[in-house]
Design a protein around this ligand. Structure first.
Ligand SMILES: [Zn+2]
Length: 343
């Protein structure tokens, strides 16, 4: 208990930094406090201001590539069982850097500043306890978190086999809204090219298959309804997935002041073929939620310079669920909706 008390920032101190009482404002305040008191964080945020970005235009949307050397640890992280077992968990309270402070979210999570940022404000929200990364059973926490952070931030999840660099410690992340192109593009993508696969008075489910990476989105203001439809999606996806831990997915949670937008990117692969190529063909790009949101992170400058539009298309195609499986998922999720109505 004393450990957590050492980590939590004092109420009297956060008041000096936060402009208000919401979790979003406190998180913003925490980042200010941490950039003053934690040298590593201050240096890494200062480096972030210098990162280079390339923009690729597609039909009705954009994809960015960010050259971010600070992300090399995450992009090249060994996430196999032995490597994980043999390292100290960097999200466990006893291993946090001495200067790191945090906020409590609910009774089970700590909100921390991510010391290797991609976003201008980037947070990691681990559980206090060392429990495996899994979305089922934790989904309503993400909904609550995205609502409480919704004034400034969007929340996202990386599956244990597709982007989480701590697959053994449950955590969400959060970053500035509208930093990822998908935040802006979503309404027009839905309007112009989504299929509505399910609608009832509490919720709408869409499928999008012409955005380079297939996704399913759920819009609703009811936590209960989102959790129900997500669970049915999960069961269906589990059946066609080889993975025993969790079917591979990245998920984003965006609260728009009225309702949630939950975007699910079902995955078929963690790392694209380019990651394993030798020599000139090699590209170190290890896609996770932020990349699928439209900001691809290349920690090495040569990859940033050489990557082409065709390679971006191919990378998204390789790591996203195939058309065939996507169609199956959609068909089955739509059925669930009909069954609910018939009850
Ligand atoms: Zn841990």
């Amino acid at each position: 208990m004393s450990l957590i008390n050492d980590i939590l920032i004092e109420e009297s101190e956060i008041k000096n930094y936060a402009k208000g009482d919401t979790l979003a404002e406190k998180a913003e305040g925490l980042l200010k406090q941490q950039t003053e008191t934690w040298e590593l964080l201050r240096n890494n945020y200062s480096d972030l201001k210098k990162v280079e970005v390339r923009n690729f235009e597609f039909d009705g949307f954009n994809v960015k590539v960010q050259f971010n050397p600070g992300r090399i640890i995450s992009s090249s992280a060994k996430v196999d069982k032995d490597s994980i077992k043999n390292r100290k968990c960097f999200l466990c309270m006893e291993n946090l850097p001495a200067d790191q402070k945090g906020l409590l979210f609910g009774a089970e999570y700590l909100l921390l500043c991510n010391p290797f940022p991609i976003f201008p404000h980037h947070f990691t929200i681990p559980k206090l306890d060392h429990l495996p990364q899994m979305i089922i059973g934790n989904l309503s926490d993400a909904l609550q978190l995205s609502k409480e952070l919704g004034k400034f931030y969007t929340v996202f999840y990386n599956g244990p086999k597709c982007g989480a660099s701590a697959p053994d410690h449950m955590h969400y992340q959060a970053g500035n809204k509208y930093f990822m192109p998908i935040d802006d593009e979503y309404p027009s993508v839905i309007e112009n090219s989504a299929r509505k696969i399910l609608q009832n008075e509490n919720l709408t489910v869409y499928a999008v298959d012409n955005y380079l990476r297939n996704f399913i989105s759920i819009e609703s203001n009811s936590k209960k309804n989102i959790v129900e439809i997500f669970q049915s999606f999960y069961k269906i996806f589990e059946k066609i997935s080889d993975d025993k831990e969790e079917p591979m997915m990245n998920v984003q949670f965006f609260w728009d002041d009225v309702k949630w937008r939950v975007i699910i990117f079902p995955r078929q692969k963690h790392r694209p073929s380019y990651y394993f190529e030798e020599g000139e063909k090699n590209i170190m790009l290890s896609p996770a939620s932020v990349d699928l949101g439209g900001v691809n992170i290349t920690p090495r400058e040569e990859d940033f310079n050489k990557i082409t539009k065709d390679q971006i298309i191919d990378i998204y195609r390789q790591v996203s669920i195939s058309k065939e499986y996507f169609e199956y998922l959609i068909k089955e999720v739509a059925k669930f909706g009909n069954e609910t109505e018939a009850e």
